[in-house]
Design a protein around this ligand. Structure first.
Ligand code: SAM
Length: 248
């Protein structure tokens, strides 16, 4: 079953989880102090011509080459607009103890996940050393104290991780459909029945969209939410399987 609805009203939503997501999580108020600091950071990144030598482990833009300015990385790779604010809102509303982000880039997504819930810990994984170095600078500038920045490939991180299970996972790197399905499978032992998995760029390529279709038909995930750019999935075996399409 598919439902297309906005955050303004209830239109036949069966899942209390999704109803709460639409009516409580999406409208979460964002702290003004954070919005001011975020605006300043975005302005700085947008106008920053410092060049970084990039080691691209994912499916990043080949035409941008290995040397990229901070401003071009910011414009092509960082979370911005309503989707970055949604990361803050999800962190604020669900108060995850442990969050995992795959793909730190300049640290913009991490900043939203960290600031949305300062009681939780965000582990963010990035394989490019120069990018991670710059992300750490941004995290410091934004006075983030609840982040663990890990220099690793996603694969190696999963293989060696020994800590607590993650409550929220944000997969935002290596946008290849086959790789995505592989990571989801590998993440199963370090996530739980209520883990929210946020997938970025589900329509970035044909293979990403194909995999998104596979994921929403997978009986393992009882809730899937299509937000057009992002997709959210969670096992939630306690409820009937439902798929939602939400424009917000
Ligand atoms: C789209 S950017 C992440 C944006 C960031 N999450 C945000 O919200 O601003 C993707 C990042 O993932 C990193 N990456 C891609 N594939 C990777 C892999 N297999 N292992 C580790 N890092 C990877 C890239 O180097 C790049 O910096």
């Amino acid at each position: 079953m598919k439902y297309l609805f906005t955050a303004k009203g209830r239109h036949g939503i069966h899942s209390p989880f999704v109803y709460a997501f639409v009516t409580n999580c999406i409208p979460t108020k964002i702290e003004k102090k954070f919005l001011i600091a975020r605006k300043k950071l975005f302005k700085n990144l947008k106008n920053n011509n410092t060049t970084l030598e990039i080691n691209d482990f994912g499916s990043g833009s080949k035409k941008l080459g290995n040397k990229r300015s901070i401003s071009s990385i910011f414009s092509t790779s960082s979370s911005k607009g309503k989707f970055s604010l949604l990361l803050y809102r999800i962190a604020h509303y669900y108060k995850p103890k442990n969050t995992l982000e795959f793909g730190t880039s300049l640290g913009v997504g991490s900043i939203h996940l960290c600031k949305g819930n300062e009681q939780g810990i965000v582990t963010t994984v990035e394989a490019c050393e120069n990018t991670q170095f710059y992300a750490k600078k941004n995290l410091k500038k934004m006075e983030i104290n609840n982040v663990k920045s890990i220099l690793s490939t996603f694969e190696d991180f999963i293989e060696t991780y020994k800590g607590e299970k993650f409550d929220i996972v944000f997969i935002d790197g290596h946008h290849n459909g086959i790789a995505l399905l592989h990571y989801l499978e590998k993440l199963k032992p370090i996530t739980h029945n209520d883990t929210l998995i946020i997938l970025d760029d589900i329509r970035w390529s044909k293979s990403m969209l194909e995999s998104w279709k596979t994921i929403i038909n997978d009986p393992f995930y009882h809730v899937s939410i299509d937000l057009f750019r992002m997709g959210i999935i969670t096992p939630r075996s306690q409820q009937i399987k439902e798929h939602f399409i939400i424009r917000f």
